[in-house]
Design a protein around this ligand. Structure first.
Ligand code: PSU
Ligand code: MN
Length: 300
């Protein structure tokens, strides 16, 4: 893997760095909004005094801190979706790849980056009892020591089963200024959380404790989309039901399931879900930036 000069200098100086994933760019958001968003997310961190490190694979090499030109390559249609198990294959084939939450967390941890902002985590899909469809995000986060800020998981997933699996995998989960697990476009769900924190400093204290205890797990920060930016519940429920039925009808399986649902929902909501998606990522990036500053002793 290769770490960009900007990122390696920031890490060497213990300055705040936040990792960003690239599957959200290639498969989570439609072109051309995806490339504009990728650049905007990085600029937001820079404006907050944090070094962004968008992670992706160029010609088989995992890059920690993609250049603007490399971001554009990743945003192009046809980029392979790369989870952890795909990394060696993509490396040998020397092709480009967009890293999922799992692969990004794995590579960020390897690079020594402690904080990672994304939109939503993968999890246990509805019907998993028959399909066995559970995202590798879950198992990978059990062994990737990185703080992951997300807006929870989408209600296209089985939230209850996802929360149970996080417990089994011993992955700590805290709500950020909330006691309720958020469900991506909505700030709430039917599920309460055991723990919550009210500041970035509290998160930094938990990370310090994880290190002292020798924990190798991630720390999940569930950060709800601001209420005034959230999707309206009725439209949300209606569109999701349609999306779920469409996926079933199309017979999509494996790693195609999540991208199928995401793009279907953007179309069926006439772009509303996309706006909310962008807002919640901005909100996660802000919190991740605060956490990375708290972890590096508040240095800018
Ligand atoms: N959830 C989202 N947006 C996304 C993804 C998930 O709300 O873009 C992407 C992330 O990259 C995540 C991946 O890691 O989908 C999970 O895919 P799968 O369910 O195939 O593991
Ligand atoms: Mn899957």
């Amino acid at each position: 893997m290769r770490i960009s000069n900007t990122v390696s200098e920031a890490l060497a100086a213990s300055m705040p760095v936040v990792a960003l994933e690239s599957t959200i760019i290639s498969h989570g958001l439609p072109y051309p909004q995806n490339i504009a968003a990728a650049k905007e997310f990085e600029q937001q961190l820079i404006d907050e005094g944090v070094t962004p490190a968008t992670i992706g694979i160029i010609d088989g090499v995992p890059i920690i801190g993609l250049s603007q030109e490399q971001l554009e390559q990743i945003a192009k249609e046809g980029t392979a979706k790369a989870s952890v198990r795909d990394l060696p294959i993509i490396a040998a084939k020397k092709i480009n790849g967009a890293t999922t939450v799992a692969a990004t967390a794995y590579l960020a941890a390897k690079a020594g980056i402690r904080v990672f902002a994304t939109g939503g985590l993968g999890g246990v899909h509805k019907g998993a009892i028959e399909t066995f469809d559970e995202s590798a995000d879950l198992t990978t986060l059990a062994t990737s020591p990185v703080v992951v800020v997300s807006a929870g998981v989408k209600s296209v997933l089985d939230i209850s089963a996802t929360l149970e699996r996080l417990e089994t995998l011993s992955i700590p989960l805290v709500g950020y200024k909330t006691d309720i697990f958020p469900s991506f476009w909505l700030p709430t769900s039917d599920f309460t959380l055991d723990w919550s924190v009210n500041s970035a400093k509290e998160v930094a204290d938990i990370v310090a404790s994880q290190d002292e205890l020798g924990s190798k797990a991630a720390l999940l920060i569930a950060n709800p989309v601001p209420t005034n930016k959230a999707w309206n519940q009725e439209d949300h429920d209606r569109v999701l039901e349609k999306a779920f039925a469409a996926a079933k009808k199309a017979g999509v399986r494996g790693k195609a399931v999540t991208p199928f649902l995401l793009s279907y929902i953007v179309g069926a909501s006439e772009g509303v879900s996309l706006e909310v998606n962008l807002e919640l990522v901005r909100n996660n990036i802000f919190v991740a930036g605060e956490i990375s500053k708290a972890l590096s002793g508040g240095r800018k």
